[in-house]
Design a protein around this ligand. Structure first.
Ligand code: UDP
Length: 327
């Protein structure tokens, strides 16, 4: 059994990952500064004898030095997330992503520990390629549009991780998560599924940005976790980059309608409405959205046999159940 250190382990994805690894009888240590992560996410794990938790930032080298020296594998998920946060707090987003990953890689290299680095489909930018393959070109806008700073900061993380691999032979694996959703995700930083579910359950209008014809593929967080665990245990994955995402595509307008239909089933009321909100009102003037974002997942399938198992309806039903229980 291995000892995993999860940075950002109190976050939405990190906490599901911690739970899954404990279920597989591994030992788990989480470091999280609770900036966007929440203690409630890991509270049920704190009684587990193989679970440890440090409230701290990953740029605290003294703490990271000890935690990394004690673990076998680092799963680096700590990052600033959410398109809204990028617009509202760009300094923090850029610094957290670049300096945080730099700190993790430096310490991991000191102890020669394997690191899996969480990246994002934002990397591909506004390329209209369908689907995105790991080695496709990135298409980014100008530096005056804040959104591209997030894509660029995660790209620097990838460059740095691959540089440590090539130059210092540090075992690194990069996984690019596409729109991952599920219980515990908060809509506070703009994520569309928890927002729509909350709005629908409250009887409010669902805020569809633009005309709603932009499309996404939504992956259940438990499927994402299976992918990360499989990659962590695959020696051939070292030095490689993998897309992790669902391939069932839906427009955001279609998503709003699907959420309303499912919530009406649960609550027996059909008064949900949809409100189209212009992008410049939702974000900022000049905001650029991605029209479509579909992953090519043949590489991860080839390496570890991974495929998503849960449909969009299962994802939405889970999120609705979670929101009802939390209310
Ligand atoms: N979106 C929306 N209404 C909301 C929040 C988001 O229509 O209240 C749209 C957003 O503009 C994007 C899609 O939903 O086209 C997915 O947004 P999210 O922030 O969840 O992820 P992204 O794909 O942008 O990283």
């Amino acid at each position: 059994m291995a000892h995993y250190l999860i940075t950002g382990g109190a976050g939405f994805i990190g906490s599901h990952l911690a739970e899954a690894l404990l279920g597989l009888e591994h030992r788990v240590t989480v470091i999280d500064n609770l900036s966007t992560g929440r203690f409630e996410n890991i509270a049920p794990l704190t009684d587990h004898s193989q679970f440890h938790f440090a409230i701290d930032t990953i740029t605290n080298e003294v703490v990271m030095d000890r935690l990394v020296s004690e673990c076998d594998v680092v799963l680096h998920l700590a990052a600033a997330v959410g398109v809204e946060l990028i617009i509202k707090d760009p300094v923090n987003v850029i610094e957290t992503n670049i300096l945080g990953t730099h700190s993790v890689l430096k310490v991991a290299n000191r102890y020669r520990k394997k690191v899996l680095v969480a990246s994002t489909s934002e990397i591909y930018g506004k390329s209209d390629q369908i689907p995105f393959r790991e080695d496709d070109d990135r298409v980014l806008g100008t530096t005056t549009v804040a959104r591209w700073s997030y894509s660029s900061s995660k790209a620097v993380d990838e460059f740095l991780a691959l540089a440590y691999y090539r130059q210092k032979y540090l075992p690194v694996v990069i996984f690019r998560l596409f729109n991952t959703v599920g219980p515990r995700q908060t809509g506070r930083y703009g994520m569309v599924v928890p927002r729509f579910v909350r709005q629908a359950l409250a009887g409010d209008s669902l805020t569809v940005y633009g005309d709603g014809s932009q499309a996404r593929c939504f992956l259940h967080v438990k499927d994402a976790v299976r992918a990360i665990v499989a990659l962590a245990g695959c020696p051939e994955a070292v030095g490689e980059v993998f897309n992790v995402g669902a391939t069932e595509e839906i427009t955001i307008l279609g998503l709003a309608q699907r959420v309303l239909a499912l919530v009406d089933n649960v609550q027996g009321k059909a008064d949900g409405r949809i409100r189209l909100v212009p992008y410049e009102e939702a974000y900022e003037a000049g905001f650029e959205d991605m029209r479509r974002r579909v992953p090519d997942t043949s590489k991860i399938r080839q390496y570890v046999g991974w495929e998503p198992e849960r449909s969009l309806d299962e994802i939405l039903t889970d999120v609705i159940g979670y929101s009802l229980a939390a209310a």
